[in-house]
Design a protein around this ligand. Structure first.
Ligand code: TXA
Ligand code: MG
Length: 325
């Protein structure tokens, strides 16, 4: 750690959580672990605190944030709850599912957090650190992934620090490596047909089984645009090539399955056994590790587009999209 680096990583002791709660209540930001990825959290009812998230991430302000709660009862005072939400909440919460619902007019949520929309994305995370903090401060937390806009999402405290290489103080609570490693599935319940806006570990099939109705799927190429479903996202600093069948000597290889390609300067395997959930959990961490200036790029082997593979390929396609000038 360089002397002028003010990013501070603390283990989740009582004392650290007290300090984090105190900072959040004062309108400061804290990076917190969730079961999906690390979040950059602020009191969701405080406009000035939420503005700091947009500034630090350099995030466009039309891109709304997900609001994190500890209890369903607290969510109900902010959104118009319905039967579908009830069924899904009881099946998948706490866990990696975000529901988009209509906002209640008298909800005190920051308008900046919801980007002025009349809808809001809510979820109850499964990580006990996130849960404890929300309970401690008694307020919902707005938290996007704790990375600069467009960059790779962090799945460890060190990855948060690597992303924000700057001179402002930021407390990071270290809750270990994120269990699922991919952002939550986002399901919009305000449309005529429930629609997955961002694929994740909870698949449309699993949602259909609970709701007993059809669920629409978005794809990276679909014209339908959720606010903030940017084409370029999760991007490493060096080029990313997908579905490769050969690797050049200067490239790093992100392999998948029991028969990794040979060649390349370094190889990491998302899952030797070809397990998609294991690959999802490893994806961002391995992309971070291979994102080094001494490689000419990252070559990624094909990953099947079934089940969780859809979410993995969604992230990879966005990560491989070139910067628009
Ligand atoms: O797993 C996760 O969801 C993580 C952890 C920290 O909870 N959070 C996360 O936040 O991925 P973020 O900001 O990186 O992604 C939030 C996505 C954005 O694409 C945003 O456009 C969408 O949620 N979103 C939020 N509110 C929305 C709304 N009212 N309507 C449509 N999309 C919304
Ligand atoms: Mg993000």
């Amino acid at each position: 750690q360089s002397p002028d680096c003010l990013l501070e990583i603390l283990s989740p002791t009582n004392e650290a959580l007290e300090r984090a709660a105190h900072l959040l209540l004062k309108g400061e930001l804290v990076a917190i672990p969730t079961e999906t990825v690390y979040g950059l959290a602020a009191d969701a009812t405080n406009d000035q605190a939420v503005a700091k998230i947009y500034n630090l991430k350099k995030r466009p302000q039309f891109n709304p944030l997900i609001i994190h709660f500890a209890e369903i009862s607290a969510i109900k005072s902010h959104v118009k709850w319905n039967n579908m939400a009830e069924k899904l909440a009881h099946t998948f919460w706490p866990g990696p599912l975000t529901l988009i619902l209509r906002k209640k007019i008298d909800s005190p949520l920051s308008l900046l957090a919801t980007a002025g929309l009349d809808t809001v994305g809510v979820r109850i995370p499964r990580h006990n650190v996130a849960h404890l903090l929300i309970q401690k401060i008694g307020k919902p937390l707005a938290a996007p992934s704790a990375n600069p806009s467009e960059a790779i999402s962090p799945t460890s405290a060190l990855d948060v620090r690597r992303g924000f290489d700057f001179k402002k103080p930021l407390l990071i609570i270290d809750g270990g490596i994120c269990e699922s490693g991919l952002e939550s599935t986002i399901l919009d319940l305000t449309l005529n047909i429930p629609t997955v806006l961002r694929p994740g570990l909870i698949t449309p099939e699993a949602i259909e089984e609970i709701l007993q109705c059809r669920v629409l799927r978005s794809s990276p190429n679909s014209l339908f645009k959720a606010p903030g479903q940017m084409k370029r996202h999760y991007a490493p600093h060096i080029p990313l090539r997908l579905n490769v069948t050969n690797v050049s000597s200067g490239e790093a290889l992100l392999a998948f399955g029991p028969s990794p390609l040979s060649g390349g300067a370094k190889m990491l395997n998302l899952s030797q056994g070809g397990n998609l959930e294991e690959a999802a959990a490893n994806l961002f961490r391995m992309m971070h590790e291979l994102d080094q200036p001494f490689f000419s790029g990252i070559a990624v082997m094909p990953i099947s587009s079934e089940a969780v593979g859809i979410a993995i390929n969604d992230r990879l396609c966005r990560a491989a999209t070139k910067k628009e000038n």
